[in-house]
Design a protein. Structure first.
Length: 411
C-alpha cells in the first residue's frame, strides 16, 4: 500500500511540476537586439576522422548550395595524413586541418584545435557552421540559415532530417526523437523567445562569439548541450530554422544507439552539475527567466513520473507474490492495474510519435510503412532510455566512442 501511494504521489508531483514549469517558461523576453547584413563571410567546420565513406556526399551538397561558399572556407578536420578522407576533400577544394593533440578525443576538442589555429593565422568569419561529416545539406540550407543570421540570432540550428530512416526500426525511431526535439520542443521555445536545445550538428555560431572565446570551449561528452546551457547563462539568442533542412545518419543497430544515448545522458548530468547552481543565482530580473526555469526543472518531472510508475507496478507485483492464489479477486485487480499503466504509457508515447510523424509528414524522410512501424515501436525505444540512464549513472566513466558512418546519399 505504501509503495502504491508513493508511486501515485510521485506521478502527480511530476505532472504538477511539468505544468508549473511550462507556465513559468512562458515568462521570457530574450530576442536579438540587432540585425545583421547579408552573410558573405562564413565557413564550415567538419570533424571528419576516417569519414571517407560519407564525406563526398556532404561536399557535393555544399558545392550545390544556392548560396555559394568558397570551398577553401570548408575545413575538414582529420587526425592522420594517411586518412583517405583527405584526397576526397582535396578533390573538392576543401581545406585540410590535421590535428596534433590526439590524446584529447571528442568533437569539442577537434573544433577547439582548428579554431585556435585559425585565430593564430588571424582568419575570422562572420559565422561558423558546424556540420558532421555524415550529413547532407538541402540545396537551400545556407540560404535559409542566412535569414536567422540576418535576424540577429547568435546561434541557429536547422531541421535535422533522416538520411537512413528506412534502414531499420532503430534508425527510424532515433531520427523521430530528433524530430520531436525540434518540431515540438524547439518550435515551442522560439515562440516564447527561449533558448533552443542544440543537438550537435547543422548549426552556426556568430563569429563575434568565436572571436571572443578565441577557441571552442565546450569539451564535455555532450558539447552541444554544454553550449545550450552556456547560451542560456549568458543571454545569447538562439533559434530553430525548420526550413534549413539537413540529413543525418542514424544508428541502425540497437547496441550502437544504447552506447550513444548512454554517453548523451552521462554528458547531460555532468553538464547540469556545472551550470544549474549558476542558473539559480541568475533568476532575478533576467530576460531569460523562462529558459533558466525550464533547464533548472530539466527532466525532473519525467523522472518523478517514471519512478512513480515503477513503484506503482512494483507494489502490484509484491501484492501478487504475497497472495499467491490465482482464485483471489485481488490478484485480478493487481494484474489489471499493471496492464492499464503499461498500456497507458504505450498509448501516450505512440500518440506522441504519431503526432510528430503527421506534423512533419511533408519533410520527414521515412516511407509510410516504416512510419507506421516506428509509431508502434517508439514506446519500446523510449522505454530503453531507462536502462541507458541507469548505465550512465552507475558507470563511473563513459568514454567517447567513434560511430562508424557508412550510408551513402542516394535520394
Amino acid at each position: 500500500m505504501f509503495l502504491e501511494t508513493t508511486g501515485i504521489f510521485l506521478i502527480i508531483l511530476g505532472l504538477l511540476l511539468l505544468f508549473t514549469t511550462s507556465f513559468l517558461a512562458r515568462l521570457n523576453h530574450n530576442l536579438p537586439k540587432n540585425t545583421h547584413q547579408e552573410l558573405t563571410n562564413f565557413c564550415v567546420l567538419i570533424p571528419a576522422r576516417d569519414e571517407s565513406k560519407v564525406i563526398e556526399d556532404l561536399l557535393i551538397s555544399i558545392k550545390n548550395q544556392t548560396k555559394k561558399l568558397n570551398m577553401k572556407d570548408v575545413y575538414i578536420i582529420v587526425e592522420q595524413n594517411t586518412d583517405p578522407t583527405i584526397n576526397i576533400a582535396k578533390k573538392y577544394g576543401a581545406t585540410i586541418f590535421i590535428r596534433q593533440n590526439l590524446n584529447l578525443k571528442r568533437k569539442g576538442y577537434a573544433l577547439d584545435e582548428l579554431i585556435k589555429d585559425l585565430n593564430k593565422r588571424k582568419k575570422y568569419y562572420n559565422a561558423y557552421f558546424i556540420i558532421d561529416a555524415d550529413n547532407v545539406l538541402d540545396t537551400n540550407f545556407f540560404k535559409e540559415m542566412e535569414k536567422s543570421y540576418q535576424a540577429g540570432f547568435d546561434i541557429a540550428i536547422g531541421y535535422r532530417n533522416l538520411k537512413n530512416g528506412n534502414d531499420s526500426l532503430v534508425s527510424a525511431s532515433s531520427g523521430i526523437t530528433f524530430a520531436f526535439l525540434n518540431s515540438s520542443g524547439n518550435e515551442t521555445k522560439i515562440k516564447q523567445s527561449r533558448n533552443i536545445t542544440l543537438s550537435g550538428t547543422g548549426l552556426y555560431i556568430d563569429g563575434k562569439l568565436i572571436k571572443k572565446w578565441a577557441s571552442f570551449p565546450f569539451h564535455s561528452l555532450t558539447e552541444d548541450y554544454e553550449l545550450t546551457l552556456y547560451s542560456i547563462a549568458n543571454n545569447l539568442t538562439s533559434t530553430y530554422n525548420k526550413n534549413a533542412i539537413f540529413y543525418d545518419e542514424q544508428p541502425i543497430k540497437y547496441q550502437n544507439t544504447i552506447n550513444q544515448r548512454t554517453r548523451w545522458i552521462k554528458g547531460y548530468f555532468q553538464t547540469r552539475k556545472k551550470y544549474i547552481p549558476i542558473f539559480r543565482k541568475l533568476l532575478k530580473n533576467n530576460p531569460n527567466f523562462g529558459s533558466l526555469i525550464s533547464e533548472i526543472s530539466g527532466m525532473k518531472p519525467y523522472i518523478l513520473m517514471i519512478i512513480g510508475a515503477i513503484l506503482y507496478i512494483l507494489s502490484q507485483i509484491i501484492t501478487i507474490v504475497k497472495i499467491h492464489d490465482l482464485t483471489n479477486p485481488l490478484m485480478k485487480i493487481c494484474f489489471t492495474k499493471i496492464i492499464l499503466i503499461i498500456a497507458l504509457a504505450y498509448i501516450l508515447f505512440a500518440f506522441m510519435t504519431a503526432y510528430i510523424v503527421l506534423k512533419d509528414k511533408d519533410k520527414i524522410n521515412i516511407a509510410k510503412d516504416m512510419q507506421i512501424k516506428a509509431i508502434l515501436f517508439s514506446p519500446l525505444f523510449f522505454a530503453t532510455y531507462v536502462p541507458c540512464a541507469l548505465k550512465a549513472l552507475l558507470k563511473k566513466e563513459v568514454k567517447w566512442e567513434k560511430v562508424e558512418h557508412t550510408q551513402r546519399w542516394n535520394q
